[in-house]
Design a protein around this ligand. Structure first.
Ligand code: SF4
Length: 321
C-alpha cells in the first residue's frame, strides 16, 4: 500500500523516531508563521472540517502497523498545516488507542484552536501535546505568526491555560525565538510569568533551523538562546538542539524513493537527518538524492552553514499544490 497521509518514521529532534500522520493537506492553517517549514499558508482558516477523510488515515495506519512496522518511538499528528483543524482527529486517536495501545501518541499544535472545548477534548487522550506559544503581545504575535483575521494572541494564551488545567499528560511548550521581535525583556518577563502559572512539563526554546518562508528570519546566536534559557530557570527549560541519535533502524535500511519524497515534502531535511532515519551513510543518501535532483523532484539548498534537501516547485505542481 502506498501511503498518502503517513510519513517517516523520521528522526524528530524532540520525539525520537516519529511516524508522522498528516491530517490536513498543504497548506491549511490558522496561522502563516514566518518560520514555517511547509511554505506559505494558502488556506488560512479557523474552520473545523474533514480536510482529510479520517477513515483513509485509519486504513493507512492499520496497514502499516498490522504488518512488520519499522522502529517507532511515537506516532505524531502533525504535517502540512494545523492538525486540530481536522474534525476527525478524535476518531483516529481512538482507533490507535484501541487497536495499537502500545504506541505513544503525540500532537503538535499551534494552540490557536485550544479555546474550543471540543478541540481540547480531542487532545486529552494524547501522551504528549506540544503546543506552540511564540508571543505574549499582539504586535509580536502578528509579526511572527501572521494569524487568520480575528485570531488574537490572547486566544492562544487562554487556550493553553485552559488546556493545561484539564490535561494530565505531558505538555512541552515550544517558543520560537526571533531575535529583536519576541525576545524583548518585557516579552520574556511575560512568557516567564505565564509559564510559572501554567507549569508546562517542559519549555522548549527553538530557533531557525530549516529554511522558512521568509528570508529575513535568522537564528539568534547560541549565546542568546542560552541567556534566555538561564532567564527561564528554574522552570524546566531546554534549547532544542540537533542531537544525532543512535537508532536501530535496520528494518528500513533499504531506501525507498517515495518514502523519502513523502518525508521531504513535509519539511526540508538534511543529509544527516536522512542518514539516521534510513540507517545508511551520508554518501548513500547523497547518491539517492542526486538522482532525485537530476529529475527535478528535489533541490539542495544552503541555510547558514547547513545543507537541506527540499522539494522543487515543479514537484509541488505535480502534486497539485
Ligand atoms: S509553523 Fe505550524 S502553525 Fe505556523 S504556519 Fe506552519 S503549520 Fe501553521
Amino acid at each position: 500500500m502506498k501511503y498518502k497521509h503517513l510519513f517517516g518514521p523520521i528522526l524528530s529532534r524532540r520525539l525520537g523516531m516519529s511516524l508522522g500522520v498528516d491530517l490536513v493537506p498543504a497548506k491549511i492553517c490558522n496561522l502563516d508563521c514566518v518560520y514555517c517549514e511547509c511554505g506559505r499558508t494558502n488556506n488560512k482558516t479557523m474552520e473545523l472540517a474533514t480536510y482529510v477523510d479520517p477513515d483513509a488515515i485509519i486504513a493507512e495506519l492499520d496497514d502499516l502497523l498490522s504488518g512488520m512496522p519499522p522502529h517507532i518511538d511515537i506516532i505524531t499528528f502533525t504535517g502540512s498545516g494545523e492538525p486540530t483543524l481536522n474534525i476527525g482527529l478524535g476518531k483516529i486517536e481512538s482507533f490507535l488507542r484501541e487497536k495499537y495501545p502500545q504506541y505513544n501518541l503525540g500532537i503538535l499544535t499551534n494552540s490557536g484552536l485550544l479555546t474550543n472545548p471540543e478541540v481540547r477534548k480531542n487532545l486529552l487522550g494524547f501522551d504528549y501535546v506540544l503546543p506552540s506559544l511564540d508571543a505574549m503581545f499582539e504586535e509580536s504575535f502578528i509579526r511572527v505568526n501572521n494569524p487568520v483575521d480575528g485570531q488574537k494572541c490572547d486566544d492562544i494564551i487562554e487556550g493553553i491555560r485552559s488546556f493545561a488545567q484539564e490535561y494530565k499528560g505531558i505538555i512541552w511548550v515550544e517558543v520560537f525565538i526571533l531575535p529583536g521581535v519576541n525576545d524583548t525583556p518585557e516579552e520574556l518577563a511575560a512568557f516567564k510569568a505565564f509559564f510559572e502559572e501554567v507549569r508546562p512539563t517542559r519549555i522548549q526554546i527553538n530557533s531557525m533551523d530549516r529554511p522558512g518562508t521568509c528570508s529575513w528570519v535568522e537564528a539568534p546566536p547560541m549565546e542568546r538562546l542560552i541567556e534566555i534559557e538561564e532567564y527561564f530557570k528554574p522552570l524546566p527549560v531546554e534549547i532544542i538542539s540537533r542531537k544525532a541519535k543512535e537508532v536501530d533502524f535496520a528494518a528500513s535500511s533499504q531506501i525507498d524513493f517515495e518514502h523519502i519524497m513523502n518525508a521531504i515534502f513535509r519539511r526540508p531535511l538534511t543529509p544527516e537527518d536522512l542518514s539516521v532515519s534510513y540507517g545508511c551513510s551520508i554518501n548513500e543518501i547523497d547518491a539517492v538524492m542526486d538522482r532525485l535532483i537530476s529529475v527535478g523532484r528535489i533541490e539542495k539548498i544552503r541555510t547558514g552553514n547547513r545543507f537541506f534537501y527540499r522539494v522543487t516547485e515543479h514537484e509541488k505542481k505535480e502534486r497539485g499544490i
